[in-house]
Design a protein around this ligand. Structure first.
Ligand SMILES: NC(=O)c1ccc[n+]([C@@H]2O[C@H](COP(=O)([O-])OP(=O)(O)OC[C@H]3O[C@@H](n4cnc5c(N)ncnc54)[C@H](OP(=O)(O)O)[C@@H]3O)[C@@H](O)[C@H]2O)c1
Length: 224
């Protein structure tokens, strides 16, 4: 069973449709954006609600779980103008919700001796993009969390990794003004955005790779 958060829009929705078209068993999690099709494959959960996550997991009979944590938020503000509440809200979804799902799924994965945890992180904490202090902190948190979980569960058939995405041609990038986006693309050695199939290629690799764990794959066109 492949569980994908953020499946209603952007990258998560692309991943959801990719696996659905392959006839894999898929559950997509959405919150405010109600999907227009494949409703039986979707569940509505506010991922900041830990009880709702717990209820969802216990309502299913899960086997061979692949968890793809793709839901994410970002509030643009430079550090001294960032509200503490927005900082906390960013961590609440990007880090705490990802951890909550993992924590609740780990007992099932450990019992079955199989699990794949794939956390969608970002190039932003690697390069330190101004205006992204909360987002950078929340995505860097995924690296440490993911590594510890990988080591704690290494003998249980469970792998845990992060995909550090650069700027992608889908999703939250649509909020970036055209002129700024043009300048961003100039900073990418490959001089183009990441296409969504580059992400599903890496996900397929991680699902197939029982010896790749506790690490990160940079999908960023050569940014550093
Ligand atoms: N796009 C990029 O260039 C890029 C680059 C690097 C990393 N990333 C990362 O890739 C992931 C996907 O990004 P995206 O661009 O596809 O984002 P997006 O289009 O803004 O979609 C965000 C998703 O997160 C879900 N979400 C937000 N708050 C939620 C909550 N409280 N509970 C449940 N779901 C919630 C949204 O669901 P609803 O709409 O249903 O509420 C939506 O499906 C994120 O983790 C992002 O940080 C993206």
């Amino acid at each position: 069973m492949i569980i994908i958060t953020g499946a209603s829009r952007g990258i998560g929705n692309y991943i959801f449709n990719y696996f659905l078209e392959k006839d894999d068993a898929v559950i997509g999690i959405y919150n405010k954006t109600k999907p227009k099709s494949h409703l039986s494959n979707f569940v509505c959960i506010d991922l900041t609600d830990q009880n709702a996550i717990e209820k969802f997991i216990y309502s299913l009979s899960l086997k061979d779980v692949v968890l793809i944590n793709a839901a994410g938020v970002s509030f643009a503000a430079i550090a001294h103008k960032q509200s503490i509440q927005q900082f906390k809200d960013t961590l609440e979804l990007n880090s705490v919700a990802s951890f909550t799902l993992i924590k609740k799924l780990l007992p099932i994965m450990r019992k079955q001796n199989y699990g794949r945890i794939i956390n969608i992180s970002s190039v932003v904490p690697q390069i330190g993009t101004p205006g992204n202090v909360a987002y950078a902190a929340s995505k860097a948190a995924l690296w440490g969390m993911s590594k510890v979980i990988a080591i704690e569960n290494a003998t249980k058939g469970i792998t845990s990794n992060c995909l550090n995405l650069g700027y992608c041609n889908i999703g939250m990038i649509e909020t970036i003004p055209h002129d700024i986006l043009k300048r961003i693309i100039e900073t990418i050695p490959l001089k183009r955005l990441c296409e969504p199939h580059n992400i599903t290629n890496a996900i397929e690799f991680l699902i197939a790779s029982e010896y790749v764990t506790g690490t990160e794959i940079n999908i960023n066109g050569g940014m550093y």
